[in-house]
Each structure stands twice: as C-alpha cells, then as structure tokens.
Design a protein around this ligand. Structure first.
Ligand SMILES: *Cc1c(COP(=O)(O)O)cnc(C)c1O
Length: 419
C-alpha cells in the first residue's frame, strides 16, 4: 500500500466507521456465534500472494462483524461503559501513524499492581533498616494487604502476582468497608506477627484508590462528595476509557510521592541513559512493567480539547439520570428488589426469589438477545447488573430494556408456578 492508496482506503475506512456508528443500534448487541466459528470461514494459512483490499474489506462484514459484541450499541448494558468517540478514533490513527513508543500508563489493573509492588518495596526498605539479618523473602512473607469484598478481581490478582497476602474484608449492608472492620483485621494480623502494608493512612499503610469506573464522574462537582477522604490516598487511578469518551485503552494514575514508585522499579542500563536524565520528571519508563507503551495520552488530549468539560459532564449526568430512571422501573415492580443503592450509572437488582430463579431470568434475557447484561454474586447472593454503557443510550432504550426484562420475568415466573 503506497501513500496514495492509503489516502483512498483511509477515506473508505472512515466512511465505514462513521456508518457503523450511525447504525450501531441496528445490530444485535451480543453475537450468536460459537467459539471457533472463525475457523471455518478463513483459510488455515496466510495467502501466498497478497489478497486485494476489496476482498479483505468484504470480509469485515462476512467474517469479523458476526462475531463482534457491539459494546457501543445502546442495548448493551453489561460490565461498564466503554465509550468511544470520533475524536479519540482519529487520535488513534495519528498515534499509529507516528508509531512511537510512549512510556505512559497501562491499565487500571496495572495501576493497582504497581501501587502494591511499590508499597512492598517501601516496607521492605523500611524493615531492612531495623532488622538487617532477615532475608528479603522472609520479610516479604509477613506482608499483608487489604481490600473489600467488593474490590475488582484485578485487586485479588495483584496480590497473587506480587505474592502479598490480600485479605478481602467484609463490607456492610451498603457494600462499604468500615474503619472498624479494617482496624480489627490490622490488629489481628499484627498480633500474628504480620506486617500490614496496603490500605490505610492511620497506620502509615499505602492507600490505593481504584476508581477505574467511578473516577470519570468526579469531573462533575455534584459527585465529588463520594471522594471524601481522598486526601489520605497514596495513589489513585481511573480509566478515561470507561466513561470519558476515550477509546480503549487509556488509564491514568496519580501518586502522592512519585519517588515511591521510581525507587521500586528503577533499572538503568547504559543504552537508555540520556543527557536530560533527572531533568525529565517523571521518567515514565521507570514506572511501568512493560517498557514500551502506545501513545495513549494523545487521544485523551483530543477528547478533552474537542469536547470540552461541559459536554463531558453533561454525558455523565445523563447516564446517571438514566440509571435512576431504570432504578425507578425496578422499584415500581413488586416482583423485583434493588440489590444495593444506585450511586452512579450501575443498577444491581434481582427478583425477590431464589438465586436459581434469578439465574433463569438472566439466561432468558441474554438468550432473547435484544439486550445484553451480566450477573454478579456477592455476600452469597446472585444479582443482575444493568449498566448504562453506550453514549447513545436514551430514555426510550431504558424503557425498552425494562420491557424485555419484564417480559422475561413473566416467562420465568410462569415457569416457576409449574415447578
Ligand atoms: C474496569 C475496572 C478495572 C479493570 O480495568 P482495566 O483497565 O481493564 O485493567 C479495575 N477496577 C475496577 C473498579 C474497574 O471498574
């Protein structure tokens, strides 16, 4: 492909993406294909001589699209928001065109891990000052970290990767971890000779806030009370790729004292030394696990400049309003109950029936295919999650989703009578 053809094909691809976004609501949100469906549709080896662009382009519709889960479809309500936007898509083209390796941040899961590894190093240095005769491995085996039973799976995983005991502490009926519970866990671990390293400020322990989803909401002043106490945090991360119209992937991380991270990870081979060393702050290559990174900040910059604060705030407010609209539909139907309070764009709810009946309801909804949602389980209770994901979701889509859920509930509960 020469630059002339790149120009022509680029226009075709932009047209394709623009039409896709215009029509995204006409696709079925979740695909019907089975794992391995691709195997029969493509040759089992690469072509000897090049295929034509036109043949490849046709295969996007034939081969790729049938397997796609349409996260931007307004009837996709699973997981969390993954907003994309035209400015961010254009920035990704520029980033790919420039093709450099930027040394910026990875993802929210990595931020949690980096913070945990840094905390581990900080406490290792501190303890080695006091007890020089102990081996590093022996000291580290005493470290313990805390999260709540509502923490994302990546937090548990960070503990596994960093080989630090991660305690999942029980939350109250509002799904919040209380200070008392934490204090009791810390006291009990200390009594066993363990060393708490990760969560609370009072004990000079590292407090990391994983606001991967919620973080974007804090661009709206009215949601900032949720952040009360943030001044105690050692590190904070959030994903603009979730709720701020930046295409996947783009995660940000803030640390109170960046030397805590650079001290933990600095390795400085000769071929990476440069004249401005020490003047460039921060030197991100010391901060992450992979060395090279894509130029992700570019799309965040495009989005901030081309949308502006006000519009981004309006989008968040709209999604929270829609979540409350859905919540009110749940509350208006006696068969259902909320699983926990609605704070932002996620509604957790269930039928006032056994877990099995709720599992059947979820299955019916997702097999129906008009909308897509996912379940979760916490405190030994199964529930359904309804998230406002697409930036195109409207009030009609909420009413539509409720109509589907309500029909499926009729169906499942009618079945229930027979049992
Ligand atoms: C989405 C999410 C993550 C995972 O984020 P990645 O960027 O995909 O690693 C972690 N924590 C929370 C609370 C999340 O919502």
């Amino acid at each position: 492909m020469d630059s002339e053809e790149f120009r022509r094909r680029g226009r075709e691809m932009i047209d394709y993406v623009a039409s896709y976004m215009e029509n995204v609501r006409t696709y079925q949100p979740y695909p019907d294909v089975q794992p391995g469906y691709l195997r029969h549709m493509i040759p089992d080896c690469a072509p000897e001589s090049p295929d034509s662009w036109d043949d490849l382009f046709k295969d996007i519709e034939r081969v790729i699209m049938p397997g796609i889960t349409h996260w931007q479809n307004p009837h996709f309500h699973a997981y969390y928001t993954t907003a994309s936007s035209f400015p961010a898509t254009l920035a990704d083209i520029l980033s790919n065109g420039i093709g450099c390796l930027g040394f910026t941040w990875g993802a929210a899961s990595e931020a949690t891990l980096i913070a945990l590894l840094s905390a581990r190093t900080k406490f290792l240095h501190k303890m080695k000052k006091d007890t020089t005769e102990m081996e590093d491995g022996v000291i580290m085996s005493k470290f313990v970290a805390y999260t709540s039973d509502q923490g994302h799976s990546s937090v548990e995983r960070a503990g596994l990767i960093a080989a630090v005991k991660m305690r999942q502490l029980e939350t109250d009926d509002k799904c919040a971890l209380r200070g008392r519970t934490l204090q009791r866990a810390i006291d009990s671990d200390k009594a066993k000779g363990l060393v708490p390293i990760y969560v609370s400020e009072k004990e000079e322990i590292w407090l990391h806030i994983d606001a991967a989803y919620a973080g974007s909401a804090f661009i709206c002043p009215e949601f900032r009370p949720i952040l009360n106490g943030v001044e105690y945090a050692t590190s904070f991360s959030f994903n603009p790729h979730k709720w701020m119209h930046v295409n996947f992937d783009c995660s940000t991380m803030w640390v109170k004292d960046s030397t805590l991270i650079s001290d933990a990870f600095t390795v400085d081979p000769l071929y990476l030394k440069h004249e401005k060393q020490g003047q460039v702050m921060p030197d991100y290559r010391h901060w992450t696990i992979p060395f090279g990174r894509r130029f992700r900040s570019l799309k965040l910059w495009f989005v901030l400049r081309l949308f502006g604060q006000k519009w981004l705030q309006e989008c968040i407010k709209k999604d929270v309003r829609l979540a409350h609209e859905f919540k009110n539909l749940v509350l208006s139907d006696e068969r259902f109950e909320l699983f926990c309070e609605v704070t932002l764009g996620l509604v957790c709810f269930r039928l006032k029936k056994s877990d099995e009946v709720n599992e059947r309801l979820l299955k019916a909804i997702n097999e129906d295919r008009r909308i897509h949602i996912v379940p979760s389980r916490t405190k030994d209770k199964y529930f359904l999650r309804f998230a406002i994901c697409s930036s195109q979701t409207t009030s009609e889509d909420i009413q539509f989703a409720w109509k589907v859920i309500s029909e499926m509930a009729d169906f499942v509960l009618k079945d229930e009578l027979v049992y």
